[in-house]
Design a protein around this ligand. Structure first.
Ligand code: GLN
Length: 492
């Protein structure tokens, strides 16, 4: 196997055994970045020198006998995680030249665990979107079919993992942005429980929904990364102070005893399978994966999530409302871009925001400001937060009947570039299976489960109660072993 094809787990073992060096691993990935990324566009910034320096340091440490969970592993980060000394753009012109003076907590944790940061990946501007077409810089192409989107908003991270231009990556998920691009690119994406991972140094989109999580080649790698990035952080008041189980421990048990899910009850929300626009091939791949779970002893339970019809509408009030408040800080005074040709300060604000933000971000700021304004607050924001509570209650009730909930990740495989850009409502509706978990703060994982007839990957979603990522990892890993998809990478 070539070095760039190794999973994080395989790479870690190979490095520890001295079979190859971190710098060799890094160079094999960088070689692909050089040859493939001009076309795919997964990265916004590649820090070649910084990565080479970190890889050499890792090699010295390994030679000295040091063993750390990510020592010498080349990783990519979604470009809204602050990285000290490396520009952090959020794929927005307004932050085009913003170089943070500190690392996000997760970035410090990765570095402490020995990771080598290759660069920062493309995304929808400020994570607003489902296709990475809203980037202020360039689009990203799906490595499986260059005419299709990679999904979004963490499309750059998912494409970089799938095209083997990094060993693993981090993304963020506010309404599906880890799971959906993972599904479209044939990789694993895990959105942890809200509060599991510190958001300090993550540029906020919708603070009550955002979570950082791994995008990886397989479920084990996601577990390894989750072990590293989760934990209480006094710098984030919403980070939970609870014990972290050993997420990788699940794998070891299965290896010893074989994968079994005996006694597990999986709920299938009846509202999800009757969603309009559910692609027959997605349905087929879902049914096949479901059968594999049944063969491993999972009992299927019919459940209901009655608020499903209102979830998209409520989300697209709450997320833009929070965004309109969070993005107020980008005013040309404190950060990044400032339009200098202005009559006075108000004119400067207006011109800075009109030129610095792209159309989707402007649309969300306007929607959010409207929903929060006096006289409309109760009708829109207030009502949406009540729907949100009801969604949480739906899940709590459902989890009285089952241990996990399963569903497709997105109604269709990756769509074509440009297909939905002029139709924001259709684009918003594609989040139907993912955004409720964010509204309820629950964890979810996307695991590759098959391909469309056109050869595009399709993902399978597993959701679990709060802080029960172990159940996701257990079921996801068992499914991955049972399906053992032959094709793991696109032919590039
Ligand atoms: N597609 C959703 C949105 O545009 C979700 C984005 C995300 O999870 N960051 O808001």
């Amino acid at each position: 196997m070539k070095l760039h094809e190794l999973t994080l787990y395989e790479a870690r073992n190979g490095l520890d055994r001295g079979e190859f060096s971190s710098i060799e691993l890094l160079e094999s990935l960088l070689e692909r970045v050089r040859s493939l990324d001009p076309d795919i566009g997964a990265y916004i910034t590649v820090d070649i020198q910084g990565a080479q320096r970190a890889a050499r340091e890792a090699d010295n440490l390994i030679a000295a006998g040091e063993r750390l969970p990510l020592l010498g592993i080349p990783m990519a980060l979604k470009d809204l995680l602050c990285t000290r000394g490396i520009r952090t753009t959020c794929a927005s012109r307004i932050l085009e030249n913003f170089v943070p003076q500190y690392d996000a907590t997760v970035v410090s944790m990765l570095k402490k665990a020995g990771a080598v940061i290759i660069g920062k990946t493309n995304m929808d501007e400020f994570a607003m979107g489902s296709s990475t077409e809203n980037s202020g810089f360039h689009i990203t192409r799906n490595p499986w079919n260059h005419d299709c989107v990679p999904g979004g908003s963490s499309g750059g991270s998912a494409a970089a993992v799938s095209a083997r231009m990094c060993t693993a990556a981090l993304g963020t998920d506010t309404g599906g942005s880890i799971r959906q691009p993972a599904s479209h690119c044939g990789v694993v994406g895990l959105k942890p429980t809200y509060g599991r991972v510190s958001r300090y140094g993550l540029v906020s989109y919708a603070s009550s929904l955002d979570q950082i999580g791994p995008i990886t080649r397989d479920v084990r790698d996601a577990a390894i990364l989750l072990n590293v990035i989760c934990g209480h952080d006094p710098l984030d008041s919403t980070s939970a102070d609870i014990a972290r189980p050993d997420f990788e421990g699940v794998m070891e048990k299965f290896e010893r005893d074989g994968p079994s899910l005996k006694g597990v009850k999986a709920g299938i929300p009846r509202e999800y399978l009757s969603v309009k626009g559910l692609h027959p091939q997605v349905e087929k791949a879902f049914a096949n994966a479901r059968k594999h779970l049944e063969d491993m002893g999972v009992e299927m339970v019919d459940i209901s999530l009655p608020q499903t019809d209102y979830a998209v509408a409520a989300y697209y009030v709450i997320a833009p409302s929070e965004a309109s408040s969070n993005l107020a800080r980008f005013d040309g005074v404190r950060y990044g871009f400032r339009e200098t040709e202005a009559r006075d300060i108000i004119d400067m604000y207006k011109k800075t925001k009109s030129r610095g933000f792209g159309p989707e971000v402007q649309r969300r700021i306007i929607t959010g400001t409207y929903a929060l304004s006096a006289g409309y607050y109760d009708a829109y924001y207030g009502r949406a937060t009540r729907v949100r509570s009801m969604i949480s209650e739906d899940f709590s009730r459902a989890f009285e009947q089952c241990d996990i909930i399963i569903s497709p990740v997105a109604p269709t495989p990756a769509f074509r570039i440009g297909e939905n850009v002029d139709d924001p409502l259709t684009m918003y509706l594609t989040d139907i299976f993912t955004l409720s978990t964010n509204m309820a703060g629950l964890p979810g994982i996307s695991v590759p489960c098959g391909f469309s007839s056109q050869g595009l990957p399709i993902g399978f979603q597993i959701m679990a109660p709060r802080f029960d990522e172990i159940s996701l990892i257990r079921a996801g890993y068992a499914l991955e072993l049972s399906l053992s998809l032959e094709k793991r990478f696109p032919d590039i």
